[in-house]
Design a binder for this molecule. Structure first.
Ligand code: 5GP
Ligand code: ZN
Length: 136
């Protein structure tokens, strides 16, 4: 636990949250500023900042709970689809530095779209693949 961490405070019930699911390793609660009503955050109970820091066991637990929540949102809210998302580090828009997966209900007439794709420059496609393979 990190005493300055907002999500650790939610875990310790020091600040209120609309908790929808809990198990030994994870907690799921409603995001206060949802993409659509039902937008849920899934966190590991052991504090880690992001996908880089979380260990494999807790990551697997977060993924498992995200799937459980996706099924519940579909059933409870008659969603047309679900987006899973995660922001890692400030450069990717992370604001709360306790690892969390967003489980976002989607409806066919909602105002949201996916992030736009853009094509590779000449030669960049193969070079990028090579760089990533070399790093693994
Ligand atoms: P991220 O770090 O992934 O960019 O976003 C953090 C998310 O946490 C945001 O979607 C924001 O609405 C949510 N959030 C921020 N403060 C609180 C809070 O006090 N309670 C809850 N339930 N969600 C919060
Ligand atoms: Zn924390």
């Amino acid at each position: 636990m990190d005493s300055n961490c907002l999500f650790c405070k939610i875990l310790k019930r020091e600040i209120p949250a609309q908790i929808v699911y809990e198990d030994a390793a994870t907690l799921a609660f409603l995001d206060i500023n949802p993409v659509n009503p039902g937008h849920t955050l899934v966190i590991p109970k052991v504090h880690s900042s992001d996908v880089f820091e979380i260990d494999e066991k807790n990551w697997a637990a977060v993924m498992k709970t995200s799937r459980v929540v996706a099924h519940a949102l579909e059933k409870a809210l008659q969603t047309d689809g679900i987006n899973l998302g995660m922001n890692n580090r400030a450069g990717a828009g992370q604001v709360i530095f306790h690892a969390h997966v967003h489980v976002m209900p989607r409806f066919k007439d909602d105002p949201h779209s996916l992030w736009p794709g853009r094509p590779y420059a000449e030669g960049e496609f193969e070079k990028t693949g090579e760089k990533i393979r070399a790093a693994l």
